[in-house]
Design a protein around this ligand. Sequence first.
Ligand code: ADP
Length: 843
Amino acid sequence: MRGGGAMGELMRKFDWQSTELGAPQDWPLQLKQQTGIMLNTPSPMMICWGKDLIRLYNDACIPILGPNRHPQALGVTVYETFAGGQDTVKPLFEKVMRGEAVAFQDFKFKLNRNGQEEDVYFDFSYTPITDEEMKIHGMLVICTETTAKVMAIEGMRAANTEISRSNQELETDNKQLSSNQKELRKIVYDLAESEHKIRSIIENAPFPIGVYMGRELRVAFANQAIIDVWGKGPNVIGRRYAEVLPELSNQSVYQQLDDVFTTGNPFHARNQRIDLLVNGAMRTYYFNYSFTALADQQGAIYGVMNTAADVTDAVLARREVEETSDELAALNEELAASNEELQAINEELATTNEELSESRRQLETANEELATSASRLHMAIEATNLGTWEYIPATGELYWSKELREIYGIAETASATMEQFAAHIHTEDAAWVQAQISEAMDPVTGGRYDLTYRIVRFDNNETRWIKVQGTVFFDGGQATRFIGTAFDISELKEAEEKTAKLAAIITSTDDAIISKTFESIITSWNTSAERMFGYSADEMIGESIYKLIPPDRLEEEPLILSRLRAGERVQHFETKRLTKEGKLIDVSVTVSPVKDSEGNIIGLSKIARDITERKLDETRKNDFIGMVSHELKTPLTSLSAILQVAKAKLNNTNDAFLSGAMQKANHQVKRMSTMINGFLNISRLESGKIQIDKQPFNIETLINEVVDEMKVTATTHTINVDGCAPVEVNADQDKIQSVISNLISNAIKYSPGGTLVNVGCKTYKTEVVVSVSDKGIGIKPGDAERIFDRYYRVESRDTRHISGFGIGLYLSAEIVERHGGRIWLESESGKGSTFYFSLPLAD
Ligand code: ADP
């Protein structure tokens, strides 16, 4: 019993004499040996010995027995202290004692270890201990703790349960996933369907759309419209943009594209001139176009979308309309006969101009919106007023978009059928449109559809022009779907018609209509110009207008140009021009500035009328008037002399009638000679024979003389002289006298008796201004403009009974202007007039 720790100590002190085992020195060898091994083994071991199975145990057994059984369990029968009770273990121990080893595993019980109670598991083995004759005296009990193993197994079991639970969850998830997948499949299908629809719309859009991928800008998508515009055939997909359109290399388009790709900022251009190589020839187009960057969800740019609208027709039509509009305005003045008609056309033209610029604005807006992004295609379609439609031949179903319904003037909710569609094609177009539809739906010849025809609106029966494009889809030789777009182009059509009308007027007029630049280079030349000047359009376009100007009139052109630069028009300018044959012809020229829509002057339009015949007529008439007046003067002079003598003789009689009659006769003779002098002066003036004979004289004296003389005959009115100073002018006294007396006699003629006529003077630094005012009928502004024209008289109820020829003011104006003075008037209808003229003072 050496060593063995606490139990060795206890066993050595124990009174073994009182037990069945007796004194240890007398114990059998097996018991001694087994006890020695047991005490010095670190794992729990127990020996039960003898008939009563007296228990011995080592230190490792102390915790297993617990404080309730240790140390009492030492040296007493195992049954007394066995946990499970005697009845359960007795058969087991008897089995061992008969020579059979017994073991049971993973036995669970509570153990107080490290100050706390815990569940533990042990394997117990019970082995019989025999002597040399194989007689059994006791049993050796070895206990092995299996808590860790049992715990591990339990842990695994729990893990297993957990795994099987999560397996179930996974299965549910799987089911959910597979149903999601089905939904996804449907969404993908729907997406493909709608992508197909949008693609059809884009492909049928009447404006060009293209998509270029990567920095190299390879054409990934191009609709028919853009393919048509490029004019490089259908094989463009996959090629680089620069390769498809090498002619754009010097037109800054590449740079714009590159910028959009680099910065992501969209680029928009309006009415941009683009020169394209179409079928081998360079042609000029105008486009509204946009480049929009295409970015993925992370914002990385992978391509550029290009949308455009070909506005060439609109730009050219607008230009032509602008140019011809001014020409027309000028022509209006000249063509008195067709004046009214032209006026109406002019107005229409202005409206068309507005409508055109309005529709151009609409187009621009639409184009910008379109460019914003492909996903906004529908919005853009709305903005362009581009109608879309779809027809399913099998069911007869016809779908019209909101925009198309607006074009047709049919409510959004109203039904639209193929029959209604047919009934609203204009009767003149119905037959061929139907034929075109049938042809498009023919699987052999058809497929595409591109027509321009008239429709009759549902709401107001108005006729409109529409452009319709579409594509037919076939399945097994059967047309299954007809889809396309429609666009109202009435404004464009109208403008075309109007331009044609204007062109017809320009070709058919008798007047030469010529356009030129400010550098005097001719840009257009009509048939009448060919007739008048003998040069063909080919000979003159690009040539200088100076070719027509006679050498002694070369200074006229810069003068005309300077007036036009100031925005003025030059009207009825009478001059002479040279024909191809070198003949001089008399022409009346009207020149007007041609402005673009922003009001900038971009050229000049000139209308020349051949007035050679008229001039000849005038010369003949002048000669006749001169001759007649001259012939009349001789008898009138003798008549006047006779009257003077008769008057002198009558001074001695008291016959009141005779002296009155003589005075009246004298007055009438004077009137007649004034008139004849007037006609003579006119004929002299026209033939350039009038002479201005300048002498210095006092204007105040002249005015007083004229007024005094007038007072004798004009007894009905009061004539006043006001504010005149004795200043000297250097002028033709006789002619200035006739101007003053003409103004005073007009003042008397055109104002009621009893009113005042005032003659005034005002002296300025270098000139004197004479005025004659009356309180008479006055002159309306429209008449005032032309009052100094030859033979011009105001036609009104007030003037009808007053005789005259309309030459007095014309002559007065000519006389004043030939003195370097000015003549003008201020007047208010019904209140009176004031005529003014100025003369330079003598040095
Ligand atoms: P005439 O008096 O012989 O018709 P004029 O050349 O002197 O010719 O005048 C042209 C026209 O101008 C006249 O017919 C008249 O209608 C208008 N007119 C001239 N002076 C006056 C005036 N003081 N008040 C109103 N009308 C006038």
